[in-house]
Design a protein around this ligand. Structure first.
Ligand code: NAG
Ligand code: NAG
Ligand code: NAG
Ligand code: NAG
Length: 419
């Protein structure tokens, strides 16, 4: 009997081992750190091993579709923490993220995404070296633009929302990527963890920050040492700078979030990444309630009174880059540590949002507190898998497009109609 059982048992064990091995190749990270370019990624790779949380270069996973500059995802031995550099700008970040979420090497269903990049900073709400956690990301430059020299002198900006004739009206043509709202409870938890960080500052940086004291009390945070704050992120492929554009986009952020968003950090990727994460959530590949958008101030988005916009951009050294990179890690590692430490009791299950989360269409269900309301009547869109091969569902898509067209008509779309 025993003689007979042994080969069967052996075969069974081999089968289990082979299965476990192939299963093991799929990495299920608890945290995926998203960097935008080389220095932001390198600080994690250089410093992570001192955190006691593992060696972030233990595994280097090649994934098709990543940036040619950053073709590898790095992970600790256990796979619990990984890091990807997506590349700069809206196109690179969206394409690399798409490659990541579709990769068969990863199971990202329970993963927390920590978007961690440096940024231009609004001196009214933060300073160089400050760390901001966003609830909203707004794609502020997704508008018509007329060179302001061709407009009447009293126009505050050359940006005009799609489908409108004047600045600062609510856009009535929407592409879907204008505004994303993130889980505010998770944002608050991350903000709490990051407050444990010892933030770096530098005297030369402070000297430049002091120039903003001439602008009076609304700008007092610019003069203060860096801190951890809660305020929102603007995305634009155009690296804008200067008082007029910064104020115009500050207005845009407030308007497009229906008065709730506060613009404090400007960068070139967040909305690209977040669109991918919304679509991947529809497919059940990731969980949009597990996204944290962190930015650290590297340079001011507008000059102090003693400088012109152009001088501020090209002829001053604000000395902010190194402390912004340093604080990205200093604050970020506390967030990673906080999530891992409380994984079993809190983060494995998830942090339930009490605010709306998702895009301007309401694609993940619920009713956006900005924009013109859900295009799905509050329903979550169904995954492609459950729509496949069913003709009836094509009508679903057509009728969504119908809703959008009706909406454009309702709100009097004029100018270029995108169809
Ligand atoms: C981390 O792992 C990589 C790859 O095995 C190795 O080259 C590197 O020396 C390790 N780093 C540390 C700090 O142990
Ligand atoms: C991914 O991980 C989740 C949670 O552990 C699990 O339920 C799911 O089956 C996994 N998916 C795949 C495709 O392995
Ligand atoms: C921003 O909005 C304020 C108040 O609506 C307006 O007075 C100002 O001109 C706007 N600024 C810019 C630069 O667009
Ligand atoms: C947001 O503001 C716009 C413009 O004022 C308005 O049309 C829209 O209904 C508001 N949306 C919500 C959800 O309050």
């Amino acid at each position: 009997m025993a003689m007979l059982l042994t080969p069967i048992l052996t075969m069974l064990l081999v089968a289990v081992a082979v299965h476990a091995q192939s299963f093991h190749r799929v990495i299920s990270p608890k945290v995926m750190i998203i960097s935008m370019f080389e220095p932001e990624g390198q600080i994690w790779l250089d410093k992570f091993s001192y955190s006691g949380l593992g060696n972030l270069t233990s595994q280097a996973i090649a994934t098709p579709g990543l940036s040619m500059l950053y073709p590898l995802v790095f992970c600790t031995q256990s796979g619990s923490v990984c890091q990807l550099t997506v590349g700069e700008g809206e196109i690179n970040s969206a394409v690399s993220m798409t490659a990541l979420v579709l990769s068969r090497s990863f199971n990202l269903t329970q993963t927390y995404f920590l978007l961690a990049g440096i940024a231009g900073v609004n001196p009214r709400h933060a300073t160089i070296g400050s760390v901001a956690f966003a609830r909203y990301a707004v794609q502020v430059a997704l508008q018509y633009e007329i060179d302001s020299r061709s407009l009447p002198q009293d126009w505050p900006t050359g940006y005009i929302p799609y489908g409108r004739a004047h600045p600062f009206e609510y856009p009535c043509i929407t592409y879907g990527t204008e505004v994303f709202e993130l889980n505010a409870n998770l944002r608050d938890a991350a903000h709490g963890f990051a407050q444990r960080a010892q933030l770096q500052d530098a005297q030369e940086t402070r000297n430049y920050c002091l120039l903003y004291s001439e602008m009076g009390p609304p700008y007092h945070t610019a003069v203060m040492p860096p801190s951890v704050v809660k305020c929102d992120s603007a995305t634009s492929d155009v690296y804008y700078t200067g008082g007029r554009l910064a104020q115009a986009f500050e207005n845009t952020t407030s308007l497009w979030t229906n008065g709730t968003g506060v613009y404090c950090m400007s960068a070139q990727e967040d909305n690209g990444i977040l669109e991918v994460l919304v679509r991947a959530t529809i497919e059940g590949l990731v969980d949009f309630s597990r996204v944290i958008a962190m930015r650290t101030g590297s340079n001011f988005d507008r000059p102090p009174p003693s400088r012109t916009d152009w001088e501020h951009l090209t002829h001053t050294n604000q000395n902010g880059f190194h402390i912004a990179i340093a604080n990205l890690y200093a604050a970020g590692i506390q967030v990673v540590r906080g999530i891992l430490a409380d994984w079993d009791c809190t983060f494995a299950r998830g942090v339930t949002p009490s605010n709306y989360i998702g895009d301007i269409f309401g694609s993940l269900g619920g009713h956006p507190d900005f924009g013109f309301g859900s295009i799905t009547g509050g329903r979550k869109l169904r995954a492609a898998e459950s729509r496949r091969g069913r003709r009836r569902d094509n009508r679903n898509v057509v009728s969504l497009a119908g809703v959008e067209m009706a909406r454009r008509r309702t709100f009097g779309a004029k100018g270029a109609m995108k169809m």
